[in-house]
Design a protein around this ligand. Structure first.
Ligand code: C2E
Ligand code: MG
Ligand code: MG
Ligand code: MG
Length: 285
């Protein structure tokens, strides 16, 4: 149409921009309600397993939004909307509260399950964040070493001084940090040297084709070696088949996560899994 013929593309861009803005505004209104509604906002939990034994070593909490009219809305769609508003602070607080409530419930049932929560740049850089985390830990009675946070390279690099300060404060409460989607952002050797982190999570784009692609394999192997030399645990995300597990085993990667093992699961399904595998040596053969 007419706007498309504009040589600068300005009208087309402006038109789309307005539509995007309207859509975003309506999504934001819906999110404001969703964040307070336990029917709409829930967490699923995806197992992290030891590469050598397949044993569960923890879970990652992933937000799920069930919109009353639209059905399920992907975090890839709503996290960026939250990220540009202060509603992100409330959202992170709700996610932490739900995750710690679940950790508490598992503890009460005799399961010590480390939980990782994704934390956006906006929340990590909020000066109140470490204080809020400490308060939520105290309220839930969950030991800080059962909680970790996953942050992206972007969150760490956009304001490294503030990020480093926050990570140190969290560590005082026993909470460790992972760099999520490692390898896709501005990986800087300087920051790897000074950041108080415990884990690298290699992005799934390097893991999906690790068995067939020599470059992916080389990159993962070097990252695992780098991580180990820095004293970090290394996790591969996006493990979808046995061939990938085999490659990770040869490389010596510590932890794996992906559809090959489990999809993100509702808490109830994970609880059932925990009860099955609680003491495998005691189970009849
Ligand atoms: P992420 O933290 O890197 O999480 C991994 C994503 O990969 C999840 O998508 C997960 O469902 C998916 N995944 C897991 N295993 C596999 C696999 O084997 N193959 C493939 N293709 N995908 C796999 P999900 O749940 O849609 O979340 C997308 C992103 O949204 C997350 O990426 C994270 O950055 C963000 N996110 C999710 N929940 C939260 C939250 O509570 N807070 C914040 N700030 N961000 C969140
Ligand atoms: Mg993550
Ligand atoms: Mg990730
Ligand atoms: Mg990823």
């Amino acid at each position: 149409h007419e706007a498309k013929q504009n040589r600068t593309g300005f009208h087309r861009f402006q038109g789309e921009g307005r539509q995007d803005a309207a859509a975003r505004l309506s999504l934001l209104g819906d999110l404001r309600r969703a964040v307070e509604d336990p029917e709409q906002l829930t967490l699923h939990y995806q197992p992290k397993v030891a590469v050598d034994t397949g044993a569960l070593v923890g879970v990652e909490a992933l937000a799920r939004w069930h919109h009353p009219a639209r059905g399920s809305v992907s975090p890839a769609e709503f996290i960026p909307v939250l990220e540009v508003t202060n509603l992100m602070h409330r959202f992170t607080e709700r996610v932490l509260t739900m995750a710690l409530g679940q950790a508490r419930a598992w503890l009460d049932a005799g399961h010590r399950v480390p939980i990782a929560v994704n934390v956006s740049a906006r929340s990590l850089l909020d000066p109140q964040f470490p204080v809020r985390v400490a308060a939520l830990l105290a309220e839930s009675g969950v030991p800080g070493d059962l909680l970790s946070i996953e942050v992206t390279e972007y969150a760490l690099m956009s304001d490294p001084d503030t990020a480093i300060r926050a990570l140190h404060r969290l560590r005082e409460a026993g909470v460790t940090a992972s760099i999520d989607d490692y390898g896709t952002g501005y990986s800087s050797m300087t920051y790897l040297k000074v950041l108080p982190i415990a884990e690298l999570k290699i992005d799934r784009s390097f893991v999906l084709d690790i068995a067939e692609n020599n470059s992916s394999r080389a990159l993962v192997a070097s990252t695992v070696e780098l991580g180990h030399r820095l004293g970090l645990t290394v996790v591969a995300e996006g493990v979808e088949d046995e061939a990938a597990v085999e490659a990770l085993r040869e490389i010596g990667c510590d932890t794996a996560q992906g559809y090959h093992f489990d999809r993100p699961l509702p808490a109830g399904e994970l609880t059932a899994r925990l009860q099955e595998t609680a003491s495998p040596s005691l189970l009849p053969h």
